[in-house]
Design a binder for this molecule. Structure first.
Ligand code: FAD
Length: 447
């Protein structure tokens, strides 16, 4: 049977773009359908604009610290629209680079929503139906919004990059990485931030020593936290004030409500159930380690499969699939020991097991910590201590986890993650001479 395409990708995000480009490079005839903007969540409304806002907001601290280093910095005004528009322009620039890359590789970009209407058959919102030997679902995830009356008065990370003006007060519902990142951004930009968290913990799943330290520093900076709290109803007054009604008659008033309570696999309306595919309860598409579904012509990568919702994972999954199906080079992505970060103020970064996980799975573990005030913070008069923690398998001396909070922790941890992934022992790390004076020298000096 002749098909219109060898590969049809639904979703031009991190995973879909990589799979499309690599498959086309292997000689396949490829099209990708995108209902919003080429680049997907990471480029358009995730990692990239978020990180640029983190940089932008950090100037508040840098400008204040600069005075202690002799710079006569006058009181500075901040113009949100300048930062916002420059960030959005950079996003548009990267989007066009993605489009050019796809075009140069002869991938057809179809700017329409797509669904699957039959085996190897795709229906486009514009009315066309096309066929493909292989269909790849790479539709990502969408922000979860709780089912409470008045939830529509809040926004999500989809809208937050486009705010017309900065609010005076913001409530951020959620305790995960996106919530903590935006709490830091808004707070640094002068917004009064309250974080409302359903449980009694920040950053569930992270090393508690790190999340406790973030809580202490953020509280000291002035971020307010309401734990064990969840709005049951939300109203909006005529003057624009948003009122969160919580259990026990408590209310919280704010000018902006940001929902950051999780992300759900984006599989609704694709038509997959009708084809006999059984989705996971949260909507994730079940796949094996090679990103194959139960249907031989259907594959899926990235957030919609809900393995690890990270850009580099989606990219690798897309690349591996394209090499496997079209390049005669089968390989699968190793999902173990993947480093990740929270770009809060200060940031966190982790790879491998927490102390608890190591004790549960390995039995005897050795823990090494260093808790210090970075040199720069001391001179700046900034009372923020960094914390690094190494988790070591006591029976083999192998470092099985590394966790850091402090300035540039994600930059430092990326390099350390190589050592952890390579299975180095604590003794091997200790053999490396310190690079002085740095913060990261602490990593080779922990005894
Ligand atoms: P996506 O990049 O989401 O792409 C899916 C695409 O499919 C979208 O463009 C969507 O419009 C399109 N689509 C959906 N349905 C259809 C349809 N039916 N037809 C046509 N098109 C469709 N990850 C990190 O690694 N580091 C970070 O610092 C980081 N920060 C983040 C910050 C925020 C605020 C958010 C929201 C996410 C962040 N992430 C981060 C996660 C990262 O963005 C995702 O893991 C990554 O984008 C997943 O890639 P994907 O290809 O699976 O899906």
């Amino acid at each position: 049977m002749a098909f219109d395409y060898d590969l049809f990708v639904i979703g031009a995000g991190s995973g879909g773009v990589r799979a499309a480009r690599v498959a086309a490079g292997h000689g396949a005839k490829v099209a990708v359908a995108e209902e919003y903007r080429v680049g997907g969540t990471c480029v358009i409304r995730g990692c990239v604009p978020k990180k640029l806002l983190v940089y932008g907001s950090h100037f508040a601290e840098d400008l204040s610290d600069a005075r202690r280093f002799g710079w006569m910095v006058p009181d500075c005004d901040f113009d949100w629209k300048v930062l916002r528009d420059n960030v959005l322009a950079e996003v548009a620039r990267i989007e066009s680079v993605y489009e050019d890359t796809l075009g140069n590789n002869k991938v057809e970009i179809i700017t329409e929503r797509a669904g699957v209407t039959g085996p190897q058959e795709i229906h486009l919102a514009g009315g066309r139906t096309v066929t493909a030997r292989i269909i790849l679902i790479a539709t990502g995830a969408t922000p979860d919004v709780p089912d409470v009356p008045g939830a529509e008065h809040g926004i999500t990370s989809n809208e937050v990059f486009h705010l017309e003006r900065l609010p005076k007060r913001a409530v951020i519902c959620g305790g995960g990485y996106i919530a903590n990142e935006f709490a830091g951004i808004f707070h640094e930009l002068g917004v009064e931030v309250t974080q409302v968290i359903r449980s009694d913990k920040l950053l569930r799943g992270w090393e508690p020593a790190l999340s406790d330290r973030l809580l202490a520093i953020a509280t000291q900076k002035g971020v307010q936290f309401r734990f064990n709290t969840m709005p049951q109803r939300i109203d909006k007054r005529a003057d624009g004030t948003i009122v969160l009604h919580c259990a026990g008659g408590k209310t919280i008033e704010t000018d902006l409500l940001l929902w950051a309570v999780g992300r759900l696999p984006n599989s609704e309306g694709l038509g997959l159930e009708a084809l006999g595919l059984h989705m996971k309860p949260n909507g994730a598409i079940p796949v094996d380690e090679a990103s194959h579904t139960d249907l031989p012509w259907l594959h899926s990568v990235g957030d919609v499969t809900d393995r690890l919702q990270l850009t580099p994972i989606a990219i690798r999954e897309g690349h591996a699939l394209a090499d496997t199906l079209f390049g005669g080079n089968p390989w699968v992505v190793d999902h173990a020991l993947v480093p990740s970060a929270v770009f809060s103020h200060p940031p966190l970064a982790s790879v491998g097991m927490t102390e608890r996980q190591a004790r549960d799975t390995l039995g005897t573990v050795k823990i090494f910590t260093t808790d210090f005030r970075p040199m720069k913070a001391v001179l700046a008069g900034r009372n923020e201590r960094s914390l690094y923690k190494l988790v070591v398998d006591a029976s083999t001396d192998v470092v099985v986890g590394a966790h850091m909070i402090g300035p540039d922790a994600p930059e430092i941890l990326q390099a350390l993650a190589i050592a952890v992934k390579a299975g180095l022992t604590k003794a091997q790390i200790d053999q490396t001479v310190a690079l002085h004076p740095t913060m990261s020298e602490e990593l080779v000096l922990m005894r």
